[in-house]
Design a binder for this molecule. Structure first.
Ligand code: UDX
Length: 435
């Protein structure tokens, strides 16, 4: 196996993990980003996101000389045969994936192309983007060079990104060119992963279909949880019973405050938009998003009831444990915790928050909350303490001390994460979700 010359454009989550892990496989990688300050930090091994193991991989490969960072996209493309596009595709007002960044990078690649290139799209992009990138490059290229555009969606999860990249359930490669497919097989050869070759449009669809399906699973179990509450069943037992059926599987059956993050909500909206554009009404997926929004609101309703509040929460103090959209990340994008916090603030509550990693990022989106030094401070004088992100450390708090600090010993555990029995024994009023 030879080492391939790769360049990765965009050093967000996917770009940085892709670049660092490809270098770890032995390839020569240059990561390019327009943000010069970010590049300068990365070049010294400073990783701007909280992601387990990432910094180690970045540093190891920087030292070995297999990984470099630059803000000169032109040069990075010029010296690489494989060019990855890993830029953001945020939702626009209608839920459509905004391709401004992808288009711009395609034009930059066109300007820099100097020989055969495989241009690989890892960003989650609407069906048809492989063709679109191809067209942009063809039109913008100052002189003709052979190139292929490949769809190679990334399925890594935040919090376990490095492990997910290295041990993927599958690698999906969408291309009509055997030459490009051969390069992709060579690229992933050191990983011995299951590589699935398909056409570009199907590859693009796999990504949306997978994320929307997982989101559906979460909304489904949340809807079942809501039903469990009224009929007196325990959703944990129900999910356990369902999960034993291999056709259903155990994963993604954890009821909670709803899904969030940079992918599920955005990708569901984008898929709905794609469906609408083709006159297909995807009611099932509309329902998935609706259940999710209602789930955030249900959490606020539960808090209102547990706080014994009337029309508003004025005078009530609510402590929130967790702001990240899930544990082991500092990411608060579309976090259910942030939605809940905003709802409480709007209702007039005094909201005390703590998260082990996400405070800095939450500060930008959460005006009106008090950011506390630790979980105990967030419980100080609280009428209700609400667990919103399933961080391990929240399991091991001294709940005797928490009880002494609170005004009323009431806990809402929106992740069914804590030991309900032990907390009740201590004298807490404990409520979970779907139990
Ligand atoms: C997801 C996909 O899993 C990944 O394959 C894709 O590449 C990017 O999107 P990520 O957004 O990092 O990854 O988070 P994930 O672990 O999938 O969780 C998404 C949301 O669903 C979180 O808010 C999480 O708390 C919630 N969730 C997940 C549940 O509420 N219950 C579950 O059982 C599982």
């Amino acid at each position: 196996m030879g080492s391939l010359d790769c360049c990765v454009i965009g050093t967000g989550y996917v770009g940085l993990v892709t670049g660092a892990c490809l270098a770890d496989l032995g390839h020569s990688v240059v990561c390019a980003d327009r943000d010069e300050a970010k590049v300068a930090g990365l070049a010294t091994g400073e990783v701007p996101i909280y992601e387990a193991g990432l910094e180690t991989v970045v540093r190891r490969n920087l030292e070995a000389g297999r990984l470099r960072f630059t803000s000169d996209i032109n040069e990075a493309v010029g010296e690489s045969e494989l060019v990855f596009i890993t830029v953001d595709t945020p939702s626009d007002a209608e839920g459509r994936a905004d391709l401004t960044n992808v288009d711009e990078v395609a034009r930059e690649i066109a300007a820099a192309i100097n020989g055969y290139k495989v241009i690989i799209n890892k960003s989650t992009v609407p069906v048809g983007t492989t063709k679109r990138v191809q067209r942009i490059i063809e039109e913008a290229m100052p002189e003709y060079h052979e190139f292929d555009v490949v769809s190679n969606p990334e399925f890594l999860r935040e919090g376990t990104a490095v492990a997910d990249f290295k041990n993927p359930s599958r690698v999906v490669v969408g291309s009509d060119s055997q030459k490009a497919i051969d390069r992709m097989l060579e690229l992933y050869e050191p990983m011995s992963a299951r590589v699935m070759i398909t056409d570009p449009v199907s590859a693009e669809m796999v990504k949306y279909a997978s994320n929307a399906f997982l989101a559906t699973k979460v909304s489904y179990i949340n809807a079942i949880a809501n039903l469990c509450e009224v009929v007196g069943a325990d959703v944990i037992e129900v999910a356990r019973g369902m999960g034993h059926d291999e056709r259903i599987g155990r994963q993604f059956l954890m009821a909670g405050p709803g899904f969030g993050g940079s992918c599920f909500p955005k990708d569901c909206r984008a898929l709905l938009h794609i469906a609408r554009e083709h006159d297909y009404s995807f009611d099932l997926l509309e329902g998935v998003l609706q259940v999710n929004t209602e789930q955030h609101e249900r959490m606020v309703d539960k808090i209102r009831r547990l706080a014994g509040a009337g029309d508003d929460l004025a005078g009530k103090v609510i402590g929130l444990l967790g702001l990240a959209f899930k544990a082991n990340t500092d990411d608060t994008r579309e976090s259910p915790a942030v939605y809940v916090a905003r709802g409480l603030i709007q209702d007039g509550a005094t909201v005390l928050v703590f998260d082990p990693e996400a405070m800095e990022r939450a500060r930008e989106e959460l005006e009106g909350a008090s950011f506390m030094a630790d979980a105990y401070d967030a419980a100080q004088g609280a009428d209700v303490l609400v667990l919103l992100t399933e961080w391990d450390e929240f399991k091991w708090l001294d709940y005797g001390r928490v009880m002494e600090l609170m005004r009323c010993p009431v806990i809402l555990d929106t992740r069914n994460w804590l030991d309900a029995k032990a907390l009740r024994k201590l004298g807490f009023t404990y409520e979970g979700v779907g139990r």
